[in-house]
Design a protein around this ligand. Structure first.
Ligand SMILES: Cc1ncc(COP(=O)(O)O)c(C=O)c1O
Length: 385
């Protein structure tokens, strides 16, 4: 019997330890991990430089509160600002909390309350971020949602132009919807969002919680497009497994988040922040992202060549090392078969295998994963669903 609320349907693999791209189960079986803890351990498990940074901080102090100036917070914020081109950072503990803060910031800065988000989006499980989320299954049973949010069809400019107005505080979106099934926004749609927000005074909030910190081959996914967001939210991969979230905003929003306006006891916790600094120094500097982007292209190419023609594979899509394979078979069964063969992957949307390997994955590991995918998917057919 379990003493935990059964909010997660758990897999049969219990990890004993994990290193790099591999997890070893308590039974000694070794698995190639193409989930990175759901887009979190982007440097692989237990990266030695992140470990060293956290251990060093562990020996100095663990927590003092945000009433004290903390130069490591400033250092982490500077790295985020330099990588994003925005100006100011608020640290939270998770993605949902970062989105809550972003929504509060946009409402306070504009003095407006309406927020537009999109169908199939995922923004978190707190009351505000759940209400922002465009998937009914996430909200079922929790009663009336906040009226602040309107959900429009993703990639539909016409409905956006009909809805957005002088009462819109913000438009919030993922440029590549992760949980929703690896769906990218159209370039034109993004340009139209930017233009409509400029005309109406609404803010553009880009949720980079899954796509950020290098996942798509650039520091942030919005940088693939001609976008100038007012606010971005980050979490997951920022701390390599230590819980941290962040809101990064333009300097002109400063007054809306003055002393006492928003806060978090643990936000910017020294352990998480030291992990974030080490993570960003490794990912944002040198050739890391170029190599990671090339590996993403290699993975995409291998999947399309070796799996693209299989009967049960409908589509391969994504960017960088955030890829989805839409299949015509029961996703839970396929993922279970993959695990039995030694590859751990994620579901997304309806029938999508989501691959979020570490950003420093090697070619040999990619080849191993593609081989296991091929062995599994060659047995399914379009009639298997
Ligand atoms: C795009 C996006 N936003 C927000 C969240 C929520 O993040 P957290 O689970 O850290 O609250 C997630 C988590 O999957 C996400 O993918």
């Amino acid at each position: 019997m379990s003493y935990l609320f059964p909010t997660y349907k758990r897999w049969e693999v219990e990890p004993a330890h994990a290193k790099g791209s591999y997890i070893t189960g308590v039974d000694g079986k070794v698995y190639l991990d193409f989930t990175s803890g759901i887009g979190v351990c982007n440097l692989g498990h237990c990266h030695p430089e992140v470990e060293q940074a956290v251990v060093e901080q562990l020996k100095k102090f663990w927590h003092v509160s945000n009433l004290f100036p903390q130069s490591i917070q400033e250092k982490a914020a500077k790295l985020l600002v330099e990588a994003s081109g925005l100006d100011l950072v608020f640290f939270a503990n998770s993605g949902a909390e970062a989105n809550e803060a972003a929504i509060k910031l946009a409402r306070k800065a504009t003095g407006r309350s309406k927020v537009i988000s999109f169908t199939n989006s995922f923004h978190g499980r707190t009351f505000g971020s759940m209400a922002a989320t465009g998937q009914d299954k996430i909200k079922q049973g929790f009663g009336p949602m906040l009226e602040t949010f309107t959900h429009l069809p993703f990639n539909d400019t016409e409905s956006l132009l009909q809805e957005i107005g002088k009462d819109t505080a913000a438009v919030i979106l993922e440029v590549i919807q992760g949980e929703g099934g690896i769906h990218a926004a159209d370039v034109d749609f993004l340009a139209n969002i930017q233009k409509a927000c400029k005309e109406t005074g609404a803010l553009v909030i880009i949720d980079e919680i899954q796509t950020g910190v290098g996942r798509t081959g650039k520091p942030f996914a919005f940088q693939h497009f001609n976008l100038k967001p007012d606010i971005i939210t980050v979490a997951k991969g920022l701390g390599s497994g230590f819980p941290i979230g962040a809101v990064i905003g333009k300097g002109n929003l400063q007054d809306a988040f003055g002393p006492g306006s928003h806060g978090s006891t643990f936000g910017g916790n020294p352990m998480a922040v030291s992990a974030a600094i080490a993570t960003m120094e490794l990912i944002f500097e040198g050739a890391f992202l170029n190599e990671s982007a090339s590996m993403g292209e290699y993975l995409f190419e291998q999947i399309t060549t070796k799996l693209g023609e299989l009967d049960g594979v409908k589509e391969v899509r994504g960017l960088g090392l955030m890829l989805g394979i839409e299949i015509s078979a029961n996703i839970a069964e396929v993922l279970s078969t993959l695990r039995s063969k030694g590859l751990i992957a994620l579901p997304a949307g309806e029938n999508v295998i989501r691959l979020l390997p570490p950003l420093n994955i090697t070619k040999a590991e990619v080849d191993q994963a593609v081989d296991l995918l091929e062995k599994t998917l060659s047995h399914i057919t379009s009639a298997t669903v």
